[in-house]
Design a protein around this ligand. Structure first.
Ligand SMILES: Nc1ncnc2c1ncn2[C@@H]1O[C@H](COP(=O)(O)OP(=O)(O)OP(=O)(O)O)[C@@H](O)[C@H]1O
Ligand SMILES: [Mg+2]
Length: 378
């Protein structure tokens, strides 16, 4: 493997930057980097400098989600063991404290650029998938009753039982909820219980407040289902919650309400994928057109991450898949059959459509979701 001679540095800290330049600029090209410019380069080695403004965990997460194989080194002027542990978990390889470890810097960077990168290069795809924190999949629709809660809960359950991944489900329908019905939960706890610790949120807090679906073990942050409590949750809360979840889980499945507000906006922005649920008819298409318009006004970029989930699929649909392809440019992630009787009987009994790996006979909706999840995990 060719030797790397370009080092990217992110984070505004003049003192640290000066000392890095002093140490490394003879041998390497040092390139300052802004988060917005990530896509412009091919990034292999990044030094993250400590700043007051932005958490290195967030920076690392963003970089690794785009460059899962990048080698990250955190450089600080203070020692912080908790942070060191969190960074390590995320996949940051080194943590150096300057000036004490200045002598180590050059040696370590040389070592990395010459040899270690080739071994990182060989790491398995699964590992690459995991680095950079969890993936957020948000289920959205501009139309109520499209099937967001039913399908997102079945998706999360399936992902949980068919993989070893750590999966968290978050119900952001703060006023009305929904997921508890489909997962058969009778919960006294809700995500509002995270309110007092939201500024220092960690996995332990989340696990304490999350409900567990008793068959699959899926962890669920249930909606408070209360208008007054819902109002206390703002976009800052949502951002902190989602970012902390990414640090501790492999997949975070989020159900959001139909109306757009700052909280939904924040969630969509943080999402790796937006699964837009719709049915095969002209009304659904025109609703999606106005959603696209709104997204454009808000500056939400959808064409890279939005996929359609076609629900209520059946013989008597007004439109076909061809029509959808013709009118809309998004990939279709999955087609879910309509099965009124089957779904109803599960909901009435208060049991989830999908419970265990060895479920005897899966109803059509659960089978369609299984097909989708399996193809995704491949
Ligand atoms: N493929 C399907 N087959 C049968 N019933 C379905 C299907 N999809 C959804 N349903 C039913 O339709 C109703 C609405 O679904 P769901 O609550 O998931 O929609 P939603 O998009 O979450 O609605 P809201 O906007 O109110 O949150 C539920 O009773 C659900 O069981
Ligand atoms: Mg719902």
């Amino acid at each position: 493997m060719r030797k790397i001679n370009e080092i990217f540095v992110i984070g505004d800290n003049d003192d640290l930057f000066a000392s890095i330049q002093h140490q490394l600029s003879q041998e390497f090209r040092i390139q300052k980097l802004e988060l917005e410019e990530l896509k412009k380069f091919t990034i292999q080695l990044v030094l993250i400098l400590r700043t007051e403004e932005i958490s290195p965990l967030d920076l690392a997460q963003t970089i690794l989600s785009q460059y899962p194989k990048a080698y990250l080194v955190y450089i600080s002027d203070i020692q912080n063991f908790d942070l060191l542990r969190d960074l390590n978990r995320l996949g940051v390889m080194d943590y150096l404290v300057l000036p004490e470890e200045e002598w180590l810097l050059e040696e370590r960077i040389r070592e990395v650029t010459e040899s270690r990168l080739s071994s990182v290069d060989n790491s398995s795809a699964v590992e690459g998938f995991k680095r950079g924190g969890g993936k957020v999949f948000t289920f959205y629709s501009g139309k109520g009753g499209a099937g967001k809660s039913l399908i997102s809960t079945a998706f999360a359950q399936t992902l949980k039982v068919e993989s070893t991944a750590k999966v968290l489900y978050i119900d952001l329908n703060l006023q009305y909820g929904g997921s508890e019905t489909f997962l058969g939960l009778d919960s006294s706890r809700s995500l509002i219980d995270l309110f007092p610790v939201i500024h220092e949120l960690n996995e332990h807090h989340i696990r304490n407040v999350a409900e567990k679906e008793r068959h699959s073990g899926l962890e669920i942050l249930v909606s408070p289902r209360d208008a007054e409590m819902a109002e206390r949750i703002d976009e800052d809360f949502v951002l902190r919650l989602v970012r902390a979840s990414k640090r501790s889980y492999d997949f975070i499945i989020i159900d959001v309400p139909t109306w757009m507000d700052e909280r939904v906006y924040t969630t969509l922005e943080e999402s790796e994928k937006i699964y837009y649920i719709m049915s095969f008819d002209t009304i659904a298409i025109s609703v999606l057109k106005s959603v696209e318009h709104l997204f454009k006004q808000l500056g939400i970029v959808t064409n890279e991450k939005m996929e359609l989930v076609m629900n209520y699929s059946g013989k008597d649909n007004e439109l076909t898949q061809k029509d959808i392809d013709r009118f809309l440019g998004y990939p279709i992630a999955s087609k879910i059959r309509r099965d009124l009787k089957g779904v109803q009987s599960f909901v009435n009994q208060g049991i989830p459509l999908r419970r265990e790996l060895k479920d005897k006979k899966l109803p059509p909706v659960a089978r369609d979701v299984q097909k989708w999840v399996r193809s995704m995990l491949k």
